[in-house]
Design a binder for this molecule. Structure first.
Ligand SMILES: Nc1ncnc2c1ncn2[C@@H]1O[C@H](COP(=O)(O)OP(=O)(O)OP(=O)(O)O)[C@@H](O)[C@H]1O
Length: 257
């Protein structure tokens, strides 16, 4: 169980608090989509959960262990992270990068065991990355690169996988494929997958739990919950578009001429 207890997240300084008193929990085997307008704090929340930045207050725990009190090495066995940040990887092939996902388990020489190699093969198979496994990462398209980074996180086999806007570089069939795969992975492997996305309709279609980040708070529930529907309207409705809960879609209030 991943639990956020009275979590305040943000940055140093008087105006640095982005989210206040976030309290929620997620069971193993849950696919969560985190949605919200630009700049509301999705990345800040996910970075805080991942341990990439400390909380201003409160706690993030996994199975009752505080994640911010662990070493980065121990945390890497529990949480994997995929972002859109470009990592510099001169000379590394896609396979080399995916193998780095096994680093929390390997010895000081980074030697892979049969189990490590099997985990890498399995990750490449799931994401269909084998076809460019031996190409340099720097020579891949943004979408191919993103698949490699997700494969690396899969190979890491952590209890929680956090993905921040990773579908941004994928085309529509690619987004559906990757999000469906992550949902299936959460269900079949009993993992928690947290994914932030601006693809609201797809998120509402696929997520077991939706987190709507808005106005310093997080509202959590299933897409059919009344509280979630109200929060979606309040976060996303504008003078031009409105959320239609019956179709789980946004519609133009008035077609422009
Ligand atoms: N390193 C930082 N130092 C100070 N403030 C920051 C820092 N990074 C982000 N912020 C601020 O925190 C707030 C939330 O930013 P965040 O990137 O978490 O939003 P987001 O919901 O992920 O946005 P987007 O959808 O545009 O990616 C913004 O006001 C942003 O300016």
């Amino acid at each position: 169980m991943l639990k956020l207890t009275n979590l305040c997240a943000g940055y140093a300084g008087p105006r640095g608090k982005v989210l206040s008193n976030v309290a929620l929990s997620v069971a193993a085997g849950t696919f969560v989509c985190v949605v919200g307008r630009n700049g509301v704090g999705k990345s800040t929340l996910l970075r805080t959960i991942s341990g990439l930045q400390g909380p201003l207050m409160g706690e993030v725990s996994l199975n009752q262990v505080n994640l911010h009190e662990m070493t980065a090495q121990s945390r890497a066995r529990l949480i994997s992270v995929v972002t859109t940040d470009r990592i510099s990887s001169p000379g590394l092939t896609a396979r080399d990068v995916i193998e780095l996902g096994r680093q929390p388990y390997t010895n000081w020489r980074g030697q892979l065991t049969q189990a490590d190699k099997a985990a890498v093969e399995n990750a490449m198979h799931r994401l269909n990355t084998k076809r460019f496994a031996d190409k340099p990462l720097d020579g891949l398209s943004d979408g191919e690169r993103q698949r490699v980074m997700i494969s690396r996180a899969l190979a890491q086999n952590a209890d929680v996988m956090v993905l921040d806007e990773i579908t941004a570089f994928l085309d529509l069939p690619g987004r559906v494929e990757v999000m469906s795969l992550l949902r299936r992975y959460a269900h079949t492997s009993e993992k928690i997958v947290l994914l932030s996305s601006h693809d609201l309709e797809l998120s509402l279609e696929l997520a077991d739990q939706i987190w709507i980040v808005d106005d310093g708070k997080v509202v959590c529930g299933s897409a059919t919950d009344k509280t979630v529907q109200n929060a979606l309207s309040s976060a996303f409705d504008t003078s031009d578009v409105a959320y239609d809960p019956s179709r789980r879609q946004f519609k133009l209030k008035q077609a422009s001429s």
